[in-house]
Design a protein around this ligand. Structure first.
Ligand SMILES: Cc1cc2nc3c(=O)[nH]c(=O)nc-3n(C[C@H](O)[C@H](O)[C@H](O)COP(=O)(O)OP(=O)(O)OC[C@H]3O[C@@H](n4cnc5c(N)ncnc54)[C@H](O)[C@@H]3O)c2cc1C
Length: 378
């Protein structure tokens, strides 16, 4: 068996693993190990690609904010085109969601109330009577996820990191101060540190290493692409209701992505859309917008994987030396990724993580120790 020695092995080459590996490889020998033929095949390649500050729990909002500078000013040569494109977010409140809109406006940052006249000017397909109130988050963006992901993988390669594709991990064993990671490609990787960035498969990878799982739950989310013609939707904002039971986003110039904002618990797998969710997406959108759907051009589903409390889980596993968790990115893994990758790399390298360090206690995976113990057969 080929044996390759590194300082750190990162498992999973989605956006989480790619950012950690790129940041760590500045001063460490890093191997990034990916089961699939292409990096980004799972959640990373299936996102809605939106950056919204007022989204997710407080720890996520900190990393979203800290990532913004990177998105706006990536390092020289990181990408050929800008990563962000301005796309405001419109929150619509039907009468039963009016109170929730009030809370959103009171608690969120950078949100303002919008008159129904303004909303109709922005989205002329809005059905009169659907919303009684609305708010706008002006400072939001579409992200070029492929450019971001490829930029980090390129950075890894230029810093002599190794990306091993078609390499699913098998047995993961700690011996003589090193993790020994066997892969389906017949190679053996060794390093003192393993980073578990396997997304929906995070608990499975932990089990391979004999580490107690955290109780991660992958949840299916569906995207549907339609042609809204004769409406010209290119410049529309992203639109959702306040309770986030559906949303739309302009896609590929003239199309619209529609989602029922579904969160169906499932297991880690190559997930496909369910026809019922596709129908629900269109029905909920049509209650709000007067858009005829002649046919579904394309639909897909991806996994958004959450920890039991929906906050991130980044940190060392308590009992298992050199095993680092980087999971639980849920629906915010792209917009948090530059700051998340730097935070994880800084902690592993023993560097001062700066302002991101303030959230470390809240995202410590050891907070789930009781859950793991409860599910243990011992
Ligand atoms: C429909 C949808 C819309 C979304 N919208 C947004 C959005 O607008 N903004 C946002 O920020 N986020 C969004 N997200 C969430 C975002 O996509 C995820 O949080 C992010 O992609 C998670 O990245 P990851 O690297 O953790 O997971 P993944 O991209 O799934 O990467 C994990 C990788 O680990 C690999 N792996 C697993 N097991 C092994 C093993 N044993 N050996 C080797 N490799 C292994 C897998 O093959 C996979 O490539 C959305 C997600 C979905 C599904």
């Amino acid at each position: 068996m080929d044996t390759h020695a590194f300082d750190a092995i990162v498992i999973g080459a989605g956006i989480a693993g790619a950012t950690v590996a790129a940041h760590l490889s500045a001063d460490h020998r890093v191997a990034l190990i990916e089961a699939e033929e292409a990096a980004g095949y799972h959640s990373t390649g299936r996102s809605a690609a939106i950056w919204i500050q007022n989204y997710g729990p407080p720890d996520v909002r900190v990393l979203t904010g800290l990532s913004r500078g990177f998105f706006e000013h990536p390092p020289e040569g990181f990408t050929d085109a800008p990563i962000l494109a301005h796309r405001p977010v419109l929150f619509l409140a039907p009468s039963e969601q009016r109170e929730h809109l009030g809370r959103l406006l009171a608690e969120g940052t950078g949100l303002r109330e919008a008159s129904l006249e303004e909303v109709t000017a922005l989205v002329p397909a809005l059905r009169p009577g659907y919303a009684v109130q609305a708010a706008i988050e002006d400072d939001a963006f579409d992200m070029d996820v492929a450019a971001l992901h490829q930029g980090f993988l390129r950075l890894l390669r230029t810093q002599d990191g190794v990306l091993a594709l078609r390499s699913r991990t098998g047995q993961i064993e700690r011996r003589a101060g090193l993790w020994h990671v066997q892969t389906s490609a017949g190679a053996l990787f060794t390093a003192p540190v393993v980073v578990n960035a396997a997304g929906a498969w995070g608990d499975k990878v932990a089990e391979q290493a004999g580490v107690a799982p955290l109780g991660l739950v992958p949840k299916r989310r569906t995207g549907v692409v339609i042609d809204p013609a004769p409406w010209q939707a290119t410049r529309w904002p992203m639109v959702n209701d306040v309770d986030h039971t559906w949303y739309i986003r302009p896609e590929a110039r003239t199309k619209l992505m529609v989602s029922p904002a579904d969160e169906t618990d499932t297991h880690p797998h190559d997930v496909a859309p369910d026809e019922l969710d596709v129908a629900i997406a269109i029905d909920r959108m049509q209650q709000a917008l007067d858009i005829e759907v002649r046919r579904v051009e394309h639909s897909w589903a991806g996994l958004r994987t959450f920890t039991p409390d929906r906050s991130l889980a980044f940190g060392w596993s308590g009992a298992d030396e050199g095993f680092f968790w980087c999971v639980g990115q849920g629906g915010y893994g792209i917009q948090t990724s530059p700051a998340a990758g730097k935070l994880v790399a800084d902690v592993i390298a023993g560097r001062d993580p700066g302002p991101a360090g303030a959230i470390l206690p809240a995202i410590d995976p050891r907070r789930f120790a009781s859950i793991a113990a409860a599910s243990s057969p011992l």
